[in-house]
Design a protein around this ligand. Sequence first.
Ligand SMILES: NC(=O)c1ccc[n+]([C@@H]2O[C@H](COP(=O)([O-])OP(=O)(O)OC[C@H]3O[C@@H](n4cnc5c(N)ncnc54)[C@H](O)[C@@H]3O)[C@@H](O)[C@H]2O)c1
Length: 304
Amino acid sequence: MVKEIRNVAIVGAGVMGVQIGLRVAAKTHNRVSITDISERALERSKEQQEAVLAEMVNRNLLKVAEKQNIEQRIAFTFDLKQCLAGADLVIESIVEELAAKRKLFQELDALAPPDAILATNSSTIPVSRIEDVTRRQEQILNIHFYMPDRMPMVDLMGGTKTSQETMEAAERWVTSIDSVPIKLKKECLGFCMNRIWHVARIEALKMWAGGYVDFKDIDRAWMIFTGMWAGPFGIMDSIGLDTVYNVHMVYYNEDPRKYGFHKPPDRLKEMIDKCNLGVKTGKGFYDYPDADYLNPDFLKKRSG
Ligand SMILES: NC(=O)c1ccc[n+]([C@@H]2O[C@H](COP(=O)([O-])OP(=O)(O)OC[C@H]3O[C@@H](n4cnc5c(N)ncnc54)[C@H](O)[C@@H]3O)[C@@H](O)[C@H]2O)c1
């Protein structure tokens, strides 16, 4: 019997780890513990959390007392063992590389309570590629978040041995954080919406890299077409260009003949090599914090 989820451990305090932690602590009474192998990343994520909550208070979206409650529910620790102690659900959210995830899941399996559910927030990798390094293959699955505040939906996908009980517990938990569970009926690289969006995204990258259209005009077109707050390049900056690159390489490496079109253009790699990774480094396609597409006049202007 899978017990009720009260304690959530998040491993990886990057772009997503922080956002997931905030969503969970804001929507439930779950206790959240976040860890990272980098002390610097852990520090940055604490600062980011503080900035997000302070901004919400400033904009009257959150009362000071609610902010304090949220903060009290989230703990940051550099100690993996401490992070996992008492966890009912562990969410891995580290770099999008299969080898790194497999190594970490071996540790998670050894250190997390035996009845804890282990989940990966990978953007593409099915948990079936990871499950065999653990001894709890019935309690492991993909729980893939989109941007928790802007897109409150979560893909759920089991591995080859994930129990129905685990899937149901995950579905209940996702609903409890006020998000919509999107259930995959069969294993699929990239899950549901990501699979569709990644195709559009690689086309956008190739149109930019090939010099067909200015990236800002692609963003304008996308924003007008979909009504979204940003276009593919603004969204990629929010995700992190290194993560975008790794995600497309997961498809490509899976089967270069089938997924050859996912190979990212060299120009993207050049930006990553210069450490222009998007919002997290202050520069990507746009400069932050005052990126052009955030300006209400963005849609009225021409490229440049
Ligand atoms: N960025 C997004 O918008 C987004 C959305 C959905 C899913 N994802 C997925 O979530 C995962 C994390 O993405 P991100 O954007 O937060 O990446 P990120 O690069 O911002 O953060 C990853 C963090 O993991 C840490 N890390 C690496 N190895 C570790 C280990 N062994 N133990 C503990 N910490 C470790 C790094 O120090 C880093 O702080 C990836 O699998 C990605 O595909 C990302």
